[in-house]
Write a protein that binds this ligand. Sequence first.
Ligand SMILES: Nc1ncnc2c1ncn2[C@@H]1O[C@H](COP(=O)(O)OP(=O)(O)OP(=O)(O)O)[C@@H](O)[C@H]1O
Ligand SMILES: [Mg+2]
Length: 235
Amino acid sequence: MLRVEKLSTFYGNIQALRDITIRARRGSITTIIGANGAGKSTLLRTIAGLNKARHGLVIYDDHDITNLKPNKIVRDGISLVPQGRQVFSDMTVMENLQLGAYVRRFSDRGDNAQELEMVYEMFPVLSERKKQTAGTLSGGEQQMLAVGRALMSRPRLLLLDEPSMGLAPKVIQSIFKTLNALHEQGLTILLVEQDAKIALETADYGYVMKTGKVALEGQAGELLENDEVKRIYLG
Ligand SMILES: Nc1ncnc2c1ncn2[C@@H]1O[C@H](COP(=O)(O)OP(=O)(O)OP(=O)(O)O)[C@@H](O)[C@H]1O
Ligand SMILES: [Mg+2]
């Protein structure tokens, strides 16, 4: 479904990604783990069109989407849940969700009642708080809102950047339960995580990134047993 081939991304003269090659198979959960600054967010942002690739390709469903505009990539069916959630604090929960559908609405002008219904069913707490401003939500609720907002465009591929960040273990469990449910409904997921344990326990396949490169890859179950992964990432 998604193929990234020898992707390189720079910030000015600084190279953040070096010849990254990864795959996310249809219907799978693929995870990318790695230390701070390894380039995980840059990779997701480059796939989503928010950073420009200097070399290499992003191929989605056999067509080249490298460096297309972000809104075009959303319309193609790829949606990003950014690191740190980035919900609009002063807007209500419902307004945040409606923004997620905004990009898609240009091409198909229906209202988004169906999508809202789907998100509220998945996250009942968002329905209870739909008129509340997003800034007053707890961290876990904001993460649910960020995922819900991404789902409003009806993606087929969901890119998630550190959904566990700053959340209590119980809340993390609940977020990952939702990700598993979405996966069971057929959504393909590319998951960036610092919490290597929960990421590898959830995913089918994993990549370990180190200073802008893929250092290691394999079946998630194998990576969980890998000595280097155990030592460095599983503590
Ligand atoms: N806007 C930017 N301008 C310049 N350098 C940047 C910018 N964003 C990221 N970088 C650099 O690119 C490298 C990769 O950063 P990136 O955010 O992709 O890492 P990461 O793996 O997501 O880290 P973290 O786990 O801390 O989120 C880092 O060295 C970072 O300092
Ligand atoms: Mg990051």
